[in-house]
Design a protein around this ligand. Structure first.
Ligand code: NCD
Ligand code: ZN
Length: 345
């Protein structure tokens, strides 16, 4: 197949940041996707309906004129979030989920949740008003091996949570392991997961190819090949509760190439193209449209998009650097080729 037209996709997990960076990364996403679930881990985090409304306005103001793009906002869960705030979020109509970061799990997660049980009244409200819970599913316990943190989180926190709130819609964000895939496949209809392009295309060797590779560092960290294979199988299986979420997360080059480099991979410049590569690698391009454009809106109970995009099987070279505001940043696959290209009209 050399040309592929699919219903316009959506990105169900995206970091846009704010200010100048927002302005420079948003066009990449808006060219490919009609909607995106916008992560709330700004500094300070987006914890109130009012802050989400203002952030949404800033995103809309930063859009290129010709863009047809809708930001789907989220709230950042803290131990101070109240059931009343959940009701207000649902009533807003523009907030589509609440994001749980275990305290300290990842970039800007310092004000996340230290004791998940303290949020149970909030989960009760979310279940009642039917607002999805989006989970960064990793324990932060330094005793737990970093490669096991997803599996341990599922066992320690997610299984008890879904037993307690059987109707709550839960998205295990950027799942990276067999445990995550198993959790979704064996779970009820209200349990789903997003999968990133990097976890479909790379295993953990990419972190150490000839030396340490900070631009392949994200959280959850890349896993071993066996897990990548499982994710590819899940994404291309047609299972309706796996869908596209890039987790594109811009950080300036200096913050990545550092003695203590930030977690996050920027993929928005070629997001759907990366997924096309991954699906083509297992001869499953026919499964891309459902994963990228149908399963997400169906789970979030939003209409599917009606326009389309076309991908062509043409190699192109990703620039060595792009600008995130005033700072150079290094996009995924910098200086190397991508096998698919978005057709220009
Ligand atoms: C994300 C970021 O930079 O905001 N980083 C990452 O490695 N994925 C945060 C996150 O989603 O964990
Ligand atoms: Zn993320």
């Amino acid at each position: 197949m050399h040309r592929l037209t699919i219903t316009r996709p959506d990105d169900w997990h995206l970091h846009l940041r704010d200010g100048d960076v927002l302005g420079s990364v948003l066009p990449d996403t808006a060219r490919r996707f009609r909607r995106a679930i916008i992560m709330p881990n700004l500094k300070p985090p987006v914890t109130t309906v009012e802050a989400a409304a203002e952030y949404r306005e800033r995103i809309l103001a930063a859009l290129p004129e010709e863009a047809d793009f809708e930001p789907l906002m989220t709230l950042y869960l803290t131990e101070a979030t109240t059931p009343g705030m959940i009701e207000a979020a649902k009533a807003s109509g523009f907030i589509h989920g609440v994001k749980l970061y275990p305290a300290g799990a990842t970039t800007n997660a310092a004000s996340g949740v230290a004791d998940i049980r303290r949020c149970y009244p909030v989960f009760e409200a979310m279940q009642r008003v039917d607002l999805p819970l989006l989970v960064h599913g990793e324990v932060t316990d330094p005793e737990v091996d970093i490669f096991d943190r997803e599996a341990v989180f599922i066992e320690r926190h997610l299984q008890p949570l879904i037993r307690e709130f059987p109707e709550l819609r839960v998205v295990l964000e950027h799942t990276t392991t067999e445990s995550g895939v198993e959790f979704v496949e064996s779970g009820p209809e209200n349990i789903a997961a997003t999968i990133t392009p990097q976890h479909l295309l790379y295993n953990r060797n990419a972190l150490f190819a000839g030396g340490i590779r900070p631009h392949h560092y994200c959280l959850p960290v890349l896993k071993r090949e066996r897990h990548r294979q499982t994710l590819l199988r899940a994404a291309t299986s047609g299972h309706p509760r796996f869908f596209l979420g890039t987790d594109s997360a811009p950080h300036p080059r200096h913050a990545k190439e550092s003695a203590c480099g930030c977690a996050g991979i920027y993929s928005a410049h070629a997001a759907i193209e990366f997924y096309a590569e991954a699906f083509a690698s297992v001869d499953a391009l026919d499964k891309l449209e459902a994963f990228a454009s149908f399963h997400g809106p169906d789970f979030y109970r939003l209409p599917r998009n009606t326009d389309s995009i076309t991908l062509e099987r043409v190699d192109w070279t990703v620039p060595e650097a792009v600008l995130f505001g005033h700072d150079p940043g290094v996009p995924l696959r910098a200086g190397e080729t991508v096998a698919w290209q978005l057709a220009r009209y």
